[in-house]
Design a protein around this ligand. Structure first.
Ligand code: UD2
Length: 312
């Protein structure tokens, strides 16, 4: 049994991770200000393995005291402004949340010489921007275009280099398009599969931006949780960054079809012009993660079937 700190633990990926950690009898402390996350996502576990603090990770003193007072084995930094559009609307606040709050954690651990087994920072495929190289390798050129991507990239570098400079046991991930239960469908910039799911549930019309032939490397959240656990427990995954994806690409049209089959229901669709700045093709090379023993389990069909079952 280990003790974990999960920032953003009431959010989509965070709450799925928390559920997995608690099911293995670990003790988990969640810090989340519920600006994006939902208490309901973790309500079943609070008091049963989870301690919840409704605090912003930008509350520097709170975070410093928490790190000093509790003896965490593992720290997973998922708390963030998670929407690119939101980051463009409020770049300075994004910077405080997506960069300064993480730096505060690294710096507190450095200054106070707090012993931890591993600190994992969650970065994003967004840092690759529009560079055309495919599939994206960890060594591919980066082109962070938005406040979200800029701060994710900088935090990722801080994580890795706090390891190299000061010996903190850090590792970072770059998530591709993650989907699954507890993803919030409410904003137009929510993950497209959560929007499709919502449209199917409510019999409402779904808008495809573009011709639907854009590709993505959609990754089921359980595969992401598996990758996170592997990176935390693998000693040689240190001071380095790993793509987290499936290594396969599907078109949005394929995904719609798979969703219709999983729900045995037809989706009403309208087509509108592609979104400005939309990336046509995205998928990951996951050779590096696979070299640690990672095998993704969920094809899009399998992931969507399970998503539909979990959401009932
Ligand atoms: C993902 C991330 C984004 C950023 C980006 C970097 C999510 C939710 N977003 O954006 O934060 O990291 O990757 O490249 O993970 N679409 C529709 N109809 C809709 C919504 C979306 O057709 O109602 C299209 C959209 O134009 C895009 C595709 O579906 O071509 C996927 O959209 P998305 O917002 O789920 O993810 P993406 O890859 O644009």
């Amino acid at each position: 049994m280990d003790k974990y700190l999960v920032t953003g633990g009431a959010g989509f990926i965070g709450s799925n991770l928390v559920e997995a950690l608690v099911s293995e009898e670990n003790e988990v402390v969640v810090v989340d200000d519920l600006s994006m996350g939902k208490y309901d996502n973790i309500a079943d576990f609070v008091g049963n393995g989870v301690t919840f603090y409704q605090n912003s990770i930008t509350d520097m003193l709170f975070m410093q005291n928490l790190l000093k007072d509790e003896k965490f084995d593992y720290i997973i930094l998922l708390g963030a402004v998670a929407s690119v559009a939101d980051s463009i609307a409020r770049p300075q606040e994004t910077h405080e949340i997506n960069l300064e709050a993480n730096l505060n954690v690294f710096e507190t651990i450095r200054k106070e010489k707090i012993p931890v087994k591993k600190i994992l920072f969650a970065s994003s495929a967004a840092i690759y921007g529009n560079d055309p190289e495919l599939p994206k390798k960890e060594t591919s050129p980066v082109d962070p275009l938005t406040p979200y991507a800029i701060d994710k990239f900088a935090s990722e570098r801080y994580a890795i280099n706090y390891g190299k400079l000061y010996g903190l046991p850090t590792v970072a991930t770059r998530f591709f398009n993650v989907y699954g239960p507890k993803q919030n469908p409410e904003s137009p910039y929510s993950g497209v599969l959560s929007i499709i799911h919502n449209c199917l549930l409510n019999n409402s019309k779904f808008t495809v931006f573009g011709d639907g032939e854009q590709t993505r490397d959609f990754t089921y959240v359980k595969d992401v949780v598996k990758a996170l656990k592997l990176l935390l427990s693998t000693k040689e995954a240190l001071h380095d960054v790993y793509n987290v994806a499936t290594g396969n690409r599907t078109t949005l049209n394929d995904d719609i079809h798979a969703f219709e089959q999983a729900m045995d229901q037809k989706l009403e669709i309208e087509y509108l012009p592609a979104r400005a700045g939309d990336i046509k093709e995205s998928y990951a090379d996951i050779t590096k993660l696979k070299s640690l023993g990672y095998v993704p389990e969920y094809s899009i069909e399998k992931g969507l079937r399970e998503y539909v079952k979990c959401a009932v």
